[in-house]
Design a protein around this ligand. Structure first.
Ligand code: ZN
Length: 241
């Protein structure tokens, strides 16, 4: 188990849905942002299925979730881009068109560290998380090599490290002692997800929000305990990309 990469100049986190980045690596991003790193978000799908209420209008939900995602990025200290690829929620594919988009954004934003879903996580049910993970890995391969998508205007770019969250075989911990409060604040910007993801039925209930905060703190404590830090986020670390 390794701990704490050097703070990158630029980091790009790639999630399947609005809120995945905050759950997966929000503490790490907040810590780095506070130390001067430019952090960017890329969200693959439009999040249009992220509601348990059949009466919800998907177009309104999509717009609301973009606002929430931008607010969450600000809560983490984000000063980079927040990119929405807008593929339909639940139907993300890891094909050539999507890979070209990832390649374009990696070349354009030039992150030192890329973070994303682990595509090799066993028994994962949600297809979007699987495909978003594949897109991160395959997008990096394309972005670093000039013969992939040569029609793109941006120069090739090779990140230094890739961190995969919810990893099948985690081998790296980031100490998020200084980023945990910002992670909690960023998660709570995703108000449309209170009911379905955070078990908060009443947005006005401080008790329910506190219960959610306690759950996230507990998870971070468990993740940190394997490497002796108070609060952590665990990843699979890939270097020499
Ligand atoms: Zn998700």
């Amino acid at each position: 188990m390794t701990t704490d990469l050097p703070t990158p100049l630029r980091a790009l986190a790639v999630g399947a849905h609005p809120d995945d980045v905050e759950f997966g690596c929000g503490g790490t991003l907040a810590k780095w942002a506070a130390a001067g790193c430019e952090i960017s978000h890329l969200v693959c799908t439009d999040g249009s299925k992220g509601s348990w209420d059949p009466a919800d209008d998907p177009a309104t939900l999509v717009a609301d979730r973009q606002v929430e995602q931008r607010a969450a990025s600000v809560a983490l200290g984000g000063t980079g881009s927040v990119v929405f690829l807008g593929w339909r929620d639940g139907e993300l594919e890891s094909g050539l068109r999507q890979r070209a988009e990832l390649c374009h954004w990696i070349r354009r934003l030039r992150p030192d560290v890329v973070l994303g879903h682990d595509p090799w996580k066993r028994y994962r049910l949600h297809p979007d998380h699987h495909h978003a993970g594949l897109l991160v890995v395959e997008g990096i391969v394309a972005a670093r090599d000039p013969h992939f998508f040569p029609e793109q205007a941006e120069a090739p770019h090779r990140p230094s490290h890739l961190l995969l969250w919810e990893a099948d075989a985690p081998d790296h911990v980031e100490d998020i002692g200084t980023g945990l409060e910002a992670k909690l604040a960023a998660l709570l910007e995703h108000r449309s997800q209170y009911r379905s993801t955070m078990d908060i039925d009443d947005p006005a209930s401080t008790e329910q929000a506190d219960r959610f905060r306690a759950k996230i703190r507990e998870r971070a404590a468990e993740a940190g305990a394997v490497d002796g830090v108070a609060y952590g986020e665990r990843f699979k670390l890939l270097s020499k990309l």
